[in-house]
Write a protein that binds this ligand. Structure first.
Ligand SMILES: NC(=O)c1ccc[n+]([C@@H]2O[C@H](COP(=O)([O-])OP(=O)(O)OC[C@H]3O[C@@H](n4cnc5c(N)ncnc54)[C@H](O)[C@@H]3O)[C@@H](O)[C@H]2O)c1
Length: 285
């Protein structure tokens, strides 16, 4: 009985091509985490439709994928502009009427405004770049996903929406809202065959968050900074996105996974290189 394959558990034909034959839409696919996701999805057989505000980055990513034998098309556009999002959907759907995977990856903490210096304009810009586009891009592709028989939506937000973030509570609130949008949408979409999950990154080296460049001289402390003892890389995020996008996670929906090297779990505990143990006070670090 336990060896029997259940007919409603999707079979995995090739574990090296987890997205074979599928079409994936990735926002911000030209750089950082979005680029790593686009490349890994293509490596696993997906055709990737990526959009980026940076045209050079978008085209370079698509060309790199093509050079490696994958399939991708670059679009240039600003996902905070609803007209541009609608135009993106028209272009994608004219060529690919079935969308299987949507990754809403765009987001930014910049320009950082401390709350006491913040303004209606800065609140709106945090909303537009971290939340509005998630509604907009999901809205324009959702019916197609439903009519195509379902799929997987992966929302990239932040660990800062899953814990207290002192830097900018408005940014943290937008990321927390993106995580809530994920769980709320998941419940309503399950019967349409659509799973919705989120990723809350932390400590991942990209152009937006240059941990290496801003930590010169303090490299020896990296092992203290995350329970796993190292900095994260875009491919660390992409691997979890692949899990959530593919049938590996066929029974997972409505969850937000911190992909953070354990920082959220370890909140307040730091590895002491001198004492070789975790400490929760300055003495010992
Ligand atoms: N890197 C981290 O450690 C970290 C931590 C927490 C959250 N995140 C989140 O992960 C996601 C990806 O971040 P990243 O570090 O890879 O950022 P990044 O800035 O390195 O890459 C973002 C990509 O999105 C594109 N982009 C930006 N604005 C756009 C727009 N309006 N329309 C279309 N494309 C746009 C950029 O050109 C770039 O290619 C974001 O949502 C970010 O908030 C990252």
């Amino acid at each position: 009985m336990t060896d029997e394959h259940r007919p409603n558990v999707p079979p995995i034909e090739d574990w090296n091509r987890l997205l074979a034959g599928r079409t994936a839409v990735v926002t911000g696919g030209g750089g950082g985490i979005g680029r790593a996701i686009s490349e890994l999805f293509a490596q696993h057989g997906a055709h990737v439709e990526l959009i980026d505000i940076d045209g050079d980055a978008a085209h370079e990513t698509a060309a790199t994928i093509a050079d490696s034998g994958g399939s991708a098309r670059a679009h240039v556009g600003d996902v905070t502009d609803f007209d541009a999002v609608e135009e993106f959907a028209v272009q994608v759907l004219a060529d690919r009427p079935k969308i299987d995977v949507l990754v809403n990856n765009v987001g930014d903490y910049r320009p950082l405004a401390r709350f006491r210096e913040s303004s209606p304009a800065s609140w709106k810009s945090m909303y537009d770049i971290n939340l509005f586009h998630m509604f907009a891009v999901t809205r324009v592709f959702l019916d197609t996903m439903i009519h195509g028989g379902g799929g997987s939506i992966v929302n990239i937000h932040s660990v800062e929406g899953m814990r207290g973030y002192p830097g900018d509570p408005v940014y943290g609130a937008m990321k927390a809202a993106a995580a809530a949008f994920t769980t709320d949408l998941a419940v309503g979409m399950g019967r349409h065959g659509i799973r919705v999950n989120g990723i809350g990154p932390d400590l991942t080296q990209t152009a937006q968050v240059d941990y290496i460049g801003t930590s010169a001289g303090f490299e020896h402390l990296w092992e203290s900074w995350a329970p796993v003892g190292r900095l994260g890389w875009p491919e660390d995020q992409a691997r979890v996105a692949l899990f959530l996008a593919s049938d590996l996670s066929a029974f997972v929906s409505g969850h937000n996974i911190p992909v953070d090297g354990g920082t959220r779990a370890g909140g307040g505990w730091f590895w002491s290189p001198s004492e070789r143990r975790f400490v929760n006070r300055p003495k010992g670090l």
